[in-house]
Design a protein. Sequence first.
Length: 202
Amino acid sequence: MKRLLYALVCLLGITLAAHTARAQQCSECVPADAAITFLGIDYTFVNFGGTLDQPEDKVIHTYIPAWNELFVTESSKYNIGKMYGLSRLSYDVDFFKGSNKKVSDINGVYKDLPRNTLIAHINKISFKGVTTPYAMFLIAGDYNKPALKAVHYLVIYNVSSGKIEVLEEFTTKPQGFGFRNYWAGSFYAVFKEKKRAAGWFK
C-alpha cells in the first residue's frame, strides 16, 4: 500500500513539474488552430565568422533569397504546419526580402546576441502587412562551419497585441551537399524539434 501511495505521489509530482515547465515556457500559449503567417528568415545578424567560402555578395543576393524560397519551392519538405501541427499556417517568405538585401559584414567575428538585443530588434519590425493574428519567423545568428553548428532564434509574435509570445534559441547541425543545402539543413532541423514546440501551442 505504501509503495502504491509513493508511486502515486511521484506521478503527481512529475505531472505538476511538466505543467509548471510548460507554463514557464509559454504563459499564454498560441492556439494551434490560430491563423499564423510564417515570414521566413531574417538574416540581419547572420555571421560566418571568417569561414565563408563563397563571395559575400553572392550569399546576400543569391543564397539568402534561395533559403527563404525553399519554404515555397520545397513545401512538401519544409511543411512547418505539418511538423508543428498548425492547421492554419500560411507563408510570406518575401517579408524580409528588403532588409535582407541590406545586410553586410556577414563574415566578421562571432559574437553572442543578447536577448535584449533580439527583443529590441523584433519590436522595431513593422508587421503592418501581416493580416493574421500571429507571425512566426527565424532570426539567423552564427553560422559556424568549423564548429558544425548554426544558431537560429525562433520567434512567434502576436500581431494583434504586439507581444512576443515565443523567443527560443536553437543550435543545430548543418548538413547537406553544396553551400545552399548545407546551411538549409540547419534551419530544417529547427522545425524537426517537435518536443520543444509542444509547449508553445494549445
